[in-house]
Design a protein around this ligand. Structure first.
Ligand code: C2O
Length: 582
């Protein structure tokens, strides 16, 4: 039996395969010698692998679909010899490791790719990250709609210079755009995707940090800071002028219908709606409130843990889904097959507006942490803190960073201008306790697609929770076993106890959030060439919603899920339940 997943020579591991065991699993395992067992499934016709829990009893965990990169990671010497897969050790033994650039392979991209499809950076010697000197100037990131001409000129010039660098220079604009492609389309062995997990905020923080310093260096300005697209305030909700007016910051692959003065729509379902500007602004602010203020735990806001060896895309945090993903889809050109540039991750960073979008994403993380509350804090899990990546810096040095280095932006010597947060009070209104009788069956155990609306009853393990209890723990609705293709756009909305007439109204308290997949790579193929889907999960805080709709005393709620963009038949849901965070 041999591995069938390697597509070409570049994909082949160069080391031997000591951990690959064929046929049937052994009945006992030594946890000491071989830390990771990847067993080929007995049926030779599939490319599915099982990950085995080595807790001494040969207990087999649920099967994982792994591709060649997952296989490689077990062989690449990435783990210390003491690693054990015993579940109690998992929490501090499996940080995602920086990629081995020499192993960067072809990204898995959809058909109709525009331009080059190889996203790998040049290789070179790696140095460890060092903080910039404390005495270096603090770069202040300002709202893109408020900066003056002089700044725009400077920023456009820096970007133009970046575009003129030699194409093989890792600081060249296209090389920088490809950094994003490589880290989200499965080009690397282990970090298959920096989206849909707790890697999202810190990875993008580093990405901008280096990008900003490269721009500054090119114009000899140590104080240069990126602007942020302040779309969370009414005056900032259209594409900032400079991204349209300045050729270096312009991108022709954007939706022509969304040029200024069009206002971004955080409830965008790929169709332009005709509500008034006032209504659009109000909805956007309410959505901001829901996605930022009501996501009170690290897991709800930052996304789900993603450790070495695990399947990618365990679950995005609230703000990553909405409005981050939505802004990507809204800017991308609907006339392009893949909503290039912004609407698909391999090409998103080819649009300079990407960096203003992400400066705002980064800013919102910073603000979220400062909002107070018992659970609004970063993860303290060591697998998060020690997760590592590689970036080229302003001197074209390849730098190894880890998440714990990026948690204090002052140490990174940048900051955000303080601006008003009009969404802080944009609470959805409490609604009358639903008058119509809502009945639905329990979800059951069979996975269903969203080709039609799903309505299901979910039992609540606790009711009438005290104020203190609510502050301590957030009640969470978990939409589990979501299966969808990574390379296909999809969106569905989730409501609690909603009456039909209010479905689609983002101002309602019953609307608790959305699942949004922005197309990205690493779609795996099974032996028959069919795409292997990603399995992910959506977790939404519902404590405030339940109070607002007068349902905290109820022993069960009715959850409604409805597909609003893409093809509902492409997304399946496996289970629904309530959990408490953290
Ligand atoms: Cu890496 Cu906005 O995406």
């Amino acid at each position: 039996m041999h591995l069938q997943t390697f597509q070409n020579n570049k994909d082949k591991p160069t080391m031997s395969l000591p951990l690959l065991i064929t046929s049937t699993p052994p009945s006992t395992f030594s946890t000491k010698k071989n830390p990771l067992y990847l067993l080929k499934r007995p049926q030779p016709s599939t490319n599915h692998y099982y990950s085995i829990s080595c807790n001494g009893d040969g207990h087999m965990e649920k099967p994982l679909n792994l591709d060649r990169r997952d296989v490689l990671l077990g062989l690449g010497g990435l783990y210390g010899s003491t690693l054990s897969f015993h579940s109690s050790n998992i929490a501090n033994a499996k940080p995602i490791q920086p990629p081995n650039i020499g192993d960067c392979g072809p990204a898995n991209l959809p058909a109709n790719v525009i331009g080059q499809s190889d996203c790998c950076p040049p290789n070179s010697k790696i140095v460890d990250f060092k903080f910039p000197p404390k005495s270096s100037p603090l770069r202040q990131r300002r709202p893109a709609h408020l900066v003056g001409d002089e700044y725009m000129e400077k920023y456009a010039r820096a970007t133009a210079l970046m575009k003129q660098l030699d194409p093989s220079d890792p600081r060249n604009f296209m090389q920088q755009a490809n950094v994003h492609c490589a880290y989200c389309d499965g080009a690397y062995v282990q970090v298959l995707d920096v989206h849909n997990s707790w890697l999202f905020f810190p990875w993008h923080r580093f990405y901008l940090y280096f990008y900003e310093r490269i721009l500054g260096k090119l114009i000899g300005d140590e104080t240069f800071a990126l602007p942020f697209w302040n779309y969370d305030t009414p005056a900032g909700m259209s594409i900032p002028r400079m991204y349209v007016d300045r050729p270096a910051l312009f991108d022709s692959l954007r939706d022509p219908a969304h040029q200024p003065p069009a206002l971004v729509d955080f409830n965008y379902n790929l169709v332009d709606t005709n509500e008034t500007r006032e209504q659009r602004i109000k909805n956007n602010l309410t959505i901001m409130y829901r996605q930022v203020v009501l996501s009170r735990t690290p897991r709800l806001f930052l996304g789900a843990p993603y450790r070495a060896g695990e399947a990618p895309d365990p679950g995005a945090g609230s703000f990553e889904l909405v409005p981050h993903n939505i802004v990507h889809l809204w800017v991308g050109d609907r006339a392009q097959p893949n909503l290039q540039d912004m609407g698909i991750f391999y090409s998103a960073a080819r649009d300079p507006i990407f960096f203003a979008h992400h400066a705002n994403v980064d800013r919102i993380w910073y603000i979220w942490r400062g909002l107070g509350g018992k659970n609004r804090r970063d993860y303290t899990d060591r697998d998060w803190l020690n997760a590592g990546f590689l970036f080229y810096d302003e001197n074209a040095q390849l730098v190894r960073v880890k998440i714990s280095d990026c948690l204090d932006i002052r140490k990174l010597r940048y900051t955000y201008e303080d601006v008003a947060l009009p969404w802080l009070n944009a609470k959805p209104k409490p609604t009358e306790k639903g008058s119509s009788k809502r009945t639905a069956d329990e979800f059951g155990t069979v996975s269903r697609t969203l080709s039609s609306t799903i309505r299901a009853k979910v039992k609540r393990p606790r009711r009438n929770r005290s104020k203190m209890e609510k502050e301590r723990q957030e009640e969470v609705i978990v939409v589990d076993g979501i299966e969808c293709r990574t390379d296909v756009l999809g969106k569905f909305d989730v409501y609690i106890n909603v009456d039909d007439e209010y479905v689609g109204n983002p101002g309602r308290s019953e609307f608790v959030g959305s699942f949004v997949n922005v197309p990205h790579g690493h779609s795996r193929k099974d032996a028959n060439g069919n795409a292997v889907k990603m399995t992910t999960r959506l977790r939404l805080g519902i404590t405030d919603c339940l109070d607002n709709i007068g349902a905290d005393g109820d022993g069960e709620i009715v959850v409604t899920m409805t597909s609003v963009a893409g093809n509902g038949a492409d997304i399946a849901v496996g289970a629904l339940r309530i959990e408490f965070d953290p």
